[in-house]
Design a protein around this ligand. Structure first.
Ligand code: RAM
Length: 525
């Protein structure tokens, strides 16, 4: 039995498994660096047809930067040509009289043109404005070589000269971004698809995944820069047929298993620095995805030792989820953020969560048999009972849809997850998805996360053409709207959508949108 230490937090007691922490530490990835130089100077112009109403226009070749000198109130926007994650350095040279006052600069980093155009002071969302990427730099002595200490996620860098003095101006030279990723890009498995759009979607998916692959699989290098279980599951799927950084998946699984609470529940996300800390957010679906991610990892690697060691943690997530069933065998609903599923404000989480439980139970049964655990017998019986209860209580035969919550809500998320969980017989499952596409209930998908599940559900039920069409329209839509990497949020009907109150804070390189490479390759689209 591994040595365990107890860490008291406000709400829960974390039972730390030091042996697991050690295993995770031993699997720390190598980081790859690459020095990137910018490609051009740009301006932003308002354009009602462009994403967020802003487009970039070429202002000058990058060579022009060396010969320009900037005084008080002047600014420049530098384009690094593609999305970058890394550390920026440059030289500042004074021009004119000896600098008789410090130099004050404001630097603004943006993944999207809108971040160059709209002042961050206009941000009024509910999550911290400190995620907006900016920096004030005061330089006493010139010339100076600057190495910014923070890692930034960006394509554009705006430099505003707040002040010099009337006697001198400044030039910026040797602008460089030293990029960082743990993805071995040179050795990624290539795809040669005959469809140029699918080829391009695959390329941008891999770029998105690589930029999120750091010391752990981060959800987004701009925000939250954190290991979330729901994102990890999808990143791992995209990783197997591309970078095959399977040890990074293993490391993340061990990190999650290192810090369960006193009931054995796995947190929804982890902080890695200054040391491993489980966030005090627990989500029903995300905890279950520990089990699912282990299942996918085992299928991809056949790593029996890891399966054996992590199986008790995986089994525990299912047991805890089963404890949430009411007397009918239906997951209890609650008016809190108890399960994630998707960001749609009106979405009721009960039925989709029920489906996630069924989806996970199937995989847990497979794993329990693989490790020779007698729990498989109980899980098999529970699965039969729960599926029966689901059809009895949540299936609305008149509407031909599953319903969720007291208000019997019919949402896309519910049908999609029920289809993935394969609750109905094959033909009915396919009919369910086709009905969903034709009826189009009001509570729809709002994130690439939910669109991933929509496309995969279509593939699972055998609607291949519809799946390809949705994949191309949705992710292709992001490309037409200027994506260098795929975004955290994209609602084609409401392109400014943000669950955080402002599109400025959205992440435009987000793990959960990198899955087309998995869908295209795994399902041979
Ligand atoms: C957001 C992040 C993350 C996601 C959670 C639920 O904070 O975008 O990717 O997993 O929500």
């Amino acid at each position: 039995m591994a040595e365990q230490a107890k860490i008291q937090s406000t709400k829960v007691t974390i039972i730390r498994n030091d042996a697991f922490v050690q295993t995770a530490d031993n699997l720390k990835p190598t980081l790859f660096n690459n020095a990137i130089t910018p490609t051009q100077l740009i301006n932003v112009q308002s354009d009602s047809t462009a994403m967020h109403n802003w487009r970039t226009v070429h202002e000058a070749d990058i060579a022009a930067l060396d010969n320009r000198a900037f005084g008080k109130g002047e600014s420049v926007i530098i384009d690094f040509g593609d999305h970058q994650v890394g550390y920026v350095s440059f030289d500042i040279k004074p021009v004119g009289s000896p600098p008789d006052a410090p130099l004050k600069l404001k630097l603004t980093f943006g993944e999207m043109p809108v971040e160059m155009a709209e002042p961050f002071s206009s941000y009024n969302g509910w999550i911290s404005s400190s995620w907006l990427q900016e920096e004030t730099l005061i330089v006493d002595v010139l010339p100076r070589h600057v190495e910014l200490p923070r890692r930034y996620s960006f394509r554009y860098l705006k430099i505003e000269v707040i002040d010099t003095s009337p006697k001198y101006r400044v030039s910026f030279l040797n602008m460089t971004c030293n990029t960082v990723t743990s993805a071995d890009i040179d050795n990624a498995i290539q795809l040669n698809h005959s469809d140029p759009l699918l080829q391009e979607i695959d390329r941008v998916s891999i770029k998105t995944l690589a930029d999120c692959m750091q010391d752990v699989f981060e959800d987004g290098p701009k925000r939250d820069r954190r290991l979330w279980l729901g994102d990890l599951r999808l990143q791992a799927l995209a990783n197997y047929p591309t970078f095959q950084s399977n040890d990074l998946v293993k490391r993340c699984l061990y990190l999650f298993a290192s810090v369960p609470d006193e009931r054995g529940a796995i947190a929804a996300n982890l902080f890695i620095e200054p040391h491993l800390i489980a966030d005090d957010t627990y989500l029903f679906d995300y905890s279950l995805f520990f089990t699912v991610t282990l299942y996918d990892y085992y299928l991809a690697t056949h790593d029996e030792a890891t399966l054996k060691e992590l199986w008790p943690t995986a089994m525990r997530q299912v047991e805890l989820a089963l404890e949430r069933l009411d007397h009918r065998g239906i997951v209890k609903d609650e008016d809190t953020w108890w399960s994630f599923i998707d960001w749609h404000e009106q979405l009721n989480k009960q039925a989709p969560s029920q489906a996630v439980l069924i989806y996970t139970l199937r995989r847990a049964i497979h794993l329990s048999k693989a490790v020779g655990c007698k729990q498989s017998v109980d899980f098999e019986q529970r699965l039969i009972d729960i599926e029966k209860a689901t059809v009895e209580c949540l299936w609305d035969a008149d509407q031909g849809f599953f319903v969720s919550g007291d208000q019997r809500q019919v949402s896309w998320a519910t049908q999609i997850w029920m289809a993935l969980a394969e609750v109905l017989p094959e033909d009915n499952n396919k009919a369910l998805m086709l009905r969903l596409l034709s009826v189009k209930p009001e509570v729809g998908p709002t994130t690439p996360y939910m669109y991933h599940h929509l496309v995969e559900a279509l593939l699972v039920v055998g609607c291949r053409d519809e799946a390809i069409e949705h994949l191309k329209t949705y992710w292709g839509g992001m490309l037409s709207d200027g994506a260098d990497t795929f975004w955290e949020l994209y609602d084609p009907q409401n392109k400014d959508f943000s669950p955080y109150g402002s599109h400025l804070i959205n992440s435009y390189c987000h793990a959960w949108s990198c899955t087309p490479t998995y869908l295209i390759r795994h399902y041979d689209l």
